[in-house]
Design a binder for this molecule. Structure first.
Ligand SMILES: Nc1ncnc2c1ncn2[C@@H]1O[C@H](COP(=O)(O)OP(=O)(O)O)[C@@H](O)[C@H]1O
Ligand SMILES: [Mg+2]
Length: 250
């Protein structure tokens, strides 16, 4: 059984805004998949459907053999914009990942058990921020804040980690660093991961597998060796398009 199975996904917004058009793929447990594609291709729509935040118009998504209907505790998401609470420490932010599993009373009291506290410290260590655990998130760099976001997602104990353009607002050095932590966290935990990225060079360094989306359709599915300049060109500009160098520099 694949960890994720996507069958004939179609998403139409409103009357006729077709965002996804017959998307199908399976992903095995522990795979680190990067979704590539130009702006408007349908990447965010795909990730939101996988996370149960958006309902598909047609088609199904199964996570561990169960059809996704609405939000699931075992699916965690890292967003592009900083979702950390600036006034709280890195540690308190990481702990909030446990809230999705906690009972109502527990979450109202913001009370966490020992296991959650250990998980938060463990996750901060995984993203290289154990020393900064008590630092206020708002005083951290963009890259550090994004690592706090990853730590929080890990504390949720997900079986699937989704990240929608997690490094889009970072400079290349910080972006590479954050992706490195995300990948090693995923590999340590054998955590299936799907991240959308628009920086092809950074994507190439981290993906086990690449799914290229263009106009709501899968136009590429392969590993790093298959992802040639020509393949990148096809994903971004369509067959017979031009100037892959522009994309690679982005
Ligand atoms: N909430 C929405 N309502 C209407 N159209 C939308 C909505 N979200 C996305 N779209 C449209 O669907 C298409 C795919 O968008 P999106 O999934 O955000 O692509 P990407 O993340 O690859 O840039 C685009 O044409 C976009 O304008
Ligand atoms: Mg998007």
């Amino acid at each position: 059984m694949p960890a994720i199975s996507v069958q004939d996904l179609r998403k139409v917004y409103g009357e006729d805004e077709v965002a996804l058009d017959g998307v199908s793929f399976d992903i095995e447990e522990g795979e680190f998949v990067v979704v590539l594609g130009p702006s408007g291709a349908g990447k965010s729509t795909l990730l939101r459907i996988l996370n149960g935040l958006t309902e598909p118009t047609e088609g199904t998504v199964e996570v561990n053999g169960e059809e996704v209907r609405g939000r699931r505790d075992d699916v965690a998401m890292v967003f592009q914009l900083h979702y950390v609470i600036e006034s709280m420490s890195a540690y308190r932010n990481a702990l909030t990942g446990a809230l999705s599993r906690a009972g109502l009373l527990q979450s109202l009291m913001t009370w966490y058990d020992e296991e959650d506290k250990r998980a938060a410290l463990d996750a901060l260590e995984t993203v290289g921020l154990l020393e900064e655990a008590e630092q206020r998130a708002g005083s951290m760099s963009g890259g550090q804040q994004q690592r706090v976001g990853i730590a929080r997602a890990l504390v949720q104990h997900p079986t699937l980690l989704l990240a929608d353009e997690p490094v889009a607002s970072l400079d290349p050095k910080a972006a590479t660093e954050v992706m490195g932590y995300m990948r090693s966290a995923a590999k340590d935990r054998n955590l299936t991961t799907i991240a959308s990225l628009h920086q092809v060079n950074i994507a190439r360094e981290f993906g086990d597998r690449f799914i290229g989306i263009r106009n709501g359709e899968v136009v590429f599915d392969g590993d790093g060796d298959d992802l040639t300049m020509e393949a990148v060109d096809d994903i971004y500009y369509g067959e017979g398009g031009d100037d892959p160098a522009e994309v690679l520099e982005a």
